[in-house]
Design a protein around this ligand. Structure first.
Ligand SMILES: Cc1ncc(COP(=O)(O)O)c(C=O)c1O
Length: 455
């Protein structure tokens, strides 16, 4: 019979997949390969260290039967450790920050772990920081193991023993550049050390979010003040033991926008559904590859799966909220849908047989300066405050006239999938546009809605 003894048997031996369309679009001649760590049983690169750190603790007698594993994690190491805990009968507690996606939190709970959430804004070294909190809980819990992935040698060692050799063998020693993010530094330091031992010419490149310290730290030895960024799992505000700066040749800074756009593009163009830190790595790989010839082989890490971020950068709404959405994805429908933070976009309108006075009341009640005139579901005109007030100055009695007698032309009408660029153009000539869906006017977009989005 062919089977694995348990799920941990599936960790590692992940394949390399060539990137085709996106590299072609950028005119890249080098071979760019994705190391598919998202195909591990916990869907991330961290399964490897979950297993290796627990193996170490068992061998050293640190973790005994019925013990508890406690770790500070951005989620994936927790998932890797929780898999081992489930299979080997340990309890587990993971301390995360409130930046971690709800998907990863629920995943951990689903694997039977307990979670503690700390503020991401807490400074390193303060009691509220997630690392201090994990340490404290482990000190207070008898028969517990606190792996400390940031400093534990079994973290880079797992990559030295498995990830590095796999890449070397699968590329038949042809790899020329390796690109990975730096969270704990385990992946890049362990894999990089192995690859450099096999061929010292291989370039080891760190992809780091703007706001993290690693680039400045590598280049100057100084630790700058870290600033917030949105990509999860990589970058730090202080140097960490497992990030071996001697193994890393170069660090490239990548913006949140580049990371998320490329992670989304990897899914759409190559079918590789990955997390944001993979986008960071891929951005680094593209920057490196653009100057290389066809003999170069660039390998980057696909750290985890997009399923961990369904409510985050995978969603257009989240991207729009963070002002990161690619302009071609911002459509009339999306603007209307998210205009009132998810509340239904009920359109305020007047009928052609209502009076000017009723129309003005509606406008002032709702704080708007223009209003569409709808006859049933069709738009037949518009009332614009400035025009009506000018008419009233001439003839006060107009206040009792019917809307149809004083109204202006209808606002232009767009379909749900109209792009923001076309909408903007229409808004240079009209103060608002109306959205039509299945022959019904369902929404209105004003100049300030678009300014809100793009400012
Ligand atoms: C999503 C994600 N990507 C990348 C990394 C970085 O890997 P490493 O800690 O080996 O540097 C992590 C680590 O937590 C992660 O969670």
């Amino acid at each position: 019979m062919k089977f694995y003894n348990d799920i941990l048997g599936l960790i590692g031996r992940t394949p390399l997949v060539r990137i085709n369309h996106i590299t072609k679009k950028h005119g890249i001649k080098a071979t760019v390969l994705a190391k598919m760590e998202s195909l591990n049983p916990g869907y991330s690169v961290k399964d490897r260290i979950g297993e290796s750190m627990v193996d170490w603790a068992e061998k050293e007698g640190v973790l005994k039967k019925g013990g508890t594993i406690i770790e500070a994690t951005s989620g994936n190491t927790g998932i890797g450790l929780a898999l081992v805990a489930a299979v080997r009968g340990y309890k587990s507690v993971f301390v995360l920050t409130d930046k971690v996606s709800v998907e990863k939190m629920r995943y951990l709970k689903g694997l039977g772990a307990d979670i503690v959430v700390c503020p991401a804004a807490a400074k390193h070294g303060t009691p509220e920081h997630y690392v201090s909190t994990a340490k404290r809980i482990s000190e207070e819990t008898p028969n517990s193991f606190y792996p400390d992935q940031y400093n534990h040698p079994a973290n880079p060692l797992a990559h030295y023993r498995t990830t590095g050799p796999e890449i070397w063998e699968d590329t038949e020693g042809k790899i020329t550049h390796f690109v990975a993010g730096v969270g704990t530094g385990g992946t890049i330091s362990g894999t990089g050390r192995y690859l450099k031992e096999m061929n010292p010419k291989i370039r080891i490149i760190g992809a780091d979010p703007y706001g993290s310290i690693f680039k400045t730290y590598k280049e100057s030895g100084q630790v700058p003040e870290a600033t917030p960024y949105l990509v999860e799992g990589i970058g730090q505000s202080l140097p960490v033991g497992n990030a071996d700066m001697k193994t890393i040749d170069e660090i490239i800074n990548i913006t949140d926008r580049e990371s998320f756009e490329l992670a989304r593009e990897l899914a759409r163009r190559e079918g590789i559904f990955c997390g944001g830190s993979t986008g960071t790595n891929f951005a680094g790989a593209l920057k490196v590859a653009k100057d290389l010839d066809e003999d170069a082989v660039v390998v980057f890490i696909v750290c985890d799966t997009g399923e961990h971020y369904l409510t985050k950068f995978v969603s257009d709404e989240w991207m729009k909220e963070k002002r990161l959405l690619e302009p071609q994805r911002i459509t009339a429908g999306l603007i209307a849908e998210t205009k009132h933070s998810g509340a239904p976009n009920t359109i305020i309108s007047v009928g052609p047989d209502e009076t000017v006075s009723e129309a003005l009341n509606k406008m002032s009640e709702n704080g708007v300066t223009q209003i569409p005139v709808l006859d049933g579901h069709a738009s037949v005109g518009s009332i614009r405050e400035s025009h009506v007030l000018a008419l009233l100055l001439k003839d006060r009695e107009m206040i009792n006239s019917k809307v149809r007698e004083v109204m202006d032309a209808s606002f232009p009408i767009v379909e749900m999938d109209e792009s923001i660029d076309k909408i903007k153009h229409k808004l240079t000539k009209s103060p608002a546009v109306l959205i039509e869906d299945f022959k019904r006017i369902t929404g209105i977009i004003t100049r300030s809605d678009v300014l809100d989005l793009t400012s």
